[in-house]
Design a protein around this ligand. Structure first.
Ligand SMILES: [Fe+2]
Length: 165
């Protein structure tokens, strides 16, 4: 059963769609630019998750509730992501600061800024939705944006690129 979107929902989803397309492009481009192969894997993994987000937004734009199977898939991704983050942390000590690292750091700072912005865009959108399941779906995506932020933050901390005081 298709859900009839309000004008506001439609406009918000169009914005989120643009955001997701930018995220996919950035993660793919930056994965090609970074020097650390493990970081490359992490960014490619996130690019795939952003693609899943885009698919969910497109489903909502057509009035569909995003499929339940997606949630299970995302949970698996999260588990893989966590072990990936642990590997990144354990490898970190072996690596030293370099010009290559500095370039990676700049790209990661940009991704972190992007995720902060996108997470905030989802937070605003959620408050305008009439359908509880669509709110759930948006909340799920927002949570994954925050997990991307956490993954980037952890990598940067472990590699001396980010020093929270
Ligand atoms: Fe996303």
């Amino acid at each position: 059963m298709a859900h009839q979107l309000t004008n506001k929902e439609q406009l918000l989803l169009e914005d989120l769609k643009q955001h997701e397309m930018v995220c996919i492009k950035k993660y793919q481009d930056y994965a090609n630019q970074v020097h650390d192969p493990q970081l490359k894997d992490l960014l490619n993994n996130y690019a795939q998750q952003e693609q899943n987000h885009l698919n969910s937004i497109n489903e909502m734009l057509s009035g569909q509730i995003p499929s339940i199977g997606q949630g299970q898939q995302n949970q698996q991704n999260q588990q893989g992501q966590q072990s990936q983050q642990q590997q990144l942390l354990s490898k970190a000590a072996e690596q030293s600061w370099s010009a290559a690292n500095q370039n990676d750091a700049m790209l990661l700072n940009d991704l972190l800024m992007t995720e902060k912005y996108v997470s905030s865009a989802y937070d605003t959108a959620i408050f305008e939705f009439t359908n509880p399941q669509m709110r759930q779906a948006l909340n799920h995506i927002q949570k994954e944006e925050q997990q991307h932020g956490e993954g980037i933050f952890s990598y940067m901390s472990a590699h001396g690129m980010y020093n929270p005081q």
